[in-house]
Design a protein around this ligand. Structure first.
Ligand code: ZN
Length: 174
């Protein structure tokens, strides 16, 4: 998910895939092994996220179709492997942006609270009760693992206008 501050000077190790890249529309596969290679990928994903800057980044956004995302909401870097949202409650409206649809953002309604489970880079199970921005970030990143993008949450005329904009901007179609 996109952040609001300015980008850092460090170059990003990965190029971020943008709307139109098929990897963003694929369902990502489970991570089978948490090993040194995965940790190296996570380090490069975090450096890419900080360079943009983003609050979160899912593996498909750097062309890796695996169930993994990184994030930092101000408490330092985190990575979650094979995440699952087991419960969600309430409703919260937030203007959401995405590094894969840069420069655009839409007000989107989603559950306000979620319970997320998954694994950390030591292979330990994690269980997080999240609300508001953290819950929003988890839902946004899990969407990426299912091949869903922001625009899929829009309806009616707003969706039509958004589709027109992204097709013009990212596919060069008029
Ligand atoms: Zn995104």
């Amino acid at each position: 998910m996109r952040g609001r501050s300015t980008s850092s000077e460090e170059p990003a190790p990965f190029d971020i895939r943008v709307f139109g890249d098929p990897v963003l529309r694929s369902r990502a596969a489970n991570v089978e092994n948490v090993d040194g290679a995965l940790v190296a990928v996570v380090d490069d994903m975090l450096a890419t996220m900080y360079a943009e800057p983003g609050l979160g980044l899912a593996a498909p956004q750097v062309g890796i179709s695996k169930r993994l995302f990184v994030y930092d909401l101000g408490d330092g870097p985190n990575a979650i492997v094979n995440p699952v949202i087991s419960e969600s409650r309430g409703e919260w409206t937030y203007e959401e942006g995405c590094l894969s649809v840069p420069g655009l953002h839409w007000e989107i309604i989603r559950p306000k609270e979620v319970h997320l489970t998954g694994f950390d880079l030591d292979g330990n199970e994690v269980s997080i009760e999240a609300d508001e921005l953290e819950a929003r970030l988890f839902q946004h990143e899990l969407d990426h693992l299912e091949g869903r993008l922001l625009i899929d949450h829009l309806e009616g005329d707003i969706r039509k206008a958004a589709m027109r904009t992204v097709r013009e901007q990212f596919l060069g179609l008029l």
